[in-house]
Write a new protein. Structure first.
Lengths: 113, 110
């Protein structure tokens, strides 16, 4: 199957700081990538759709100024959590869908103290 | 709004004891129903995509089926390594992202 990598795999930061998460597709050029969030014992929730060369589209209730997405190339999308707070602590996962399938990265665990 | 409901929330089986997991869905214009396996602290691992009622797919001890309202993931003679959370998701006509259920936490005891 397709390979997606994320970096870092986990991060701990202080409240008020910003955190950048990278997502790379290693064997496919992705014009569209997706960012999901998963709270403990909850389902994955789509946050935003990242489009190469254009602005991301955000799901209802997701603050675009807080979760900055940059899809600078066909193999790299980044999610920056700005001024992170404890309630932003979650498991962030990126995904892309070559040929009507959707593959997920290994996820990034964010803990905001 | 697309919705996915999975049952049961948790299931404990003995090794070799076959069972089925349920995924009920409502979606406007189904463009795929997906099954994933998720291990603790990891991203979902793709298992199957089903597109139309009556379709079936198999992989080792797993078999997925689809009707117009629900999908089943059948597990035949499971082994302890099949223990994981199994997630169901749909892609509707409105967008390319997926709507997930909460998953079924499956434990296979030796």
């Amino acid at each position: 199957g397709a390979v997606v990598s994320q970096h870092p795999s986990w991060v701990i930061c202080k409240s008020g700081t910003s955190v950048k998460i990278e997502c790379r597709s290693l064997d496919f050029q992705a014009t569209t990538m997706f960012w999901y969030r998963q709270f403990p014992k909850q389902s994955l929730m789509l946050m935003a759709t990242s489009n190469e060369g254009s602005k991301a589209t955000y799901e209802q209730g997701v603050e675009k100024d807080k979760f900055l997405i940059n899809h600078a190339s066909l193999t790299l999308s980044t999610l920056t959590v700005t001024s992170a707070h404890p309630e932003d602590s979650s498991f962030y996962i990126c995904s892309y869908n070559p040929v009507e399938t959707q593959y997920f990265g290994p996820g990034t665990r964010l803990l905001v103290l | 709004e697309d919705q996915v409901t999975q049952s049961p929330e948790a299931l404990r089986l003995q090794e070799g004891e076959s069972s089925s997991l349920n995924c009920s869905y409502t979606v406007s214009g189904l463009r795929g129903l997906f099954w994933y396996r998720q291990d603790p602290g990891k991203g979902p691992e793709f298992l199957f995509t089903l597109y139309s009622a009556g379709e079936e797919k198999e992989k080792e001890r797993l078999k997925a089926t689809l009707t117009k309202k629900e999908s089943f993931l059948h597990i035949t003679a499971p082994k302890p390594e099949d223990s994981a959370t199994y997630l169901c998701a749909v892609r509707g006509g409105g967008a390319d992202g997926l709507t997930f259920g909460k998953g079924t936490h499956l434990i296979i005891q030796p």
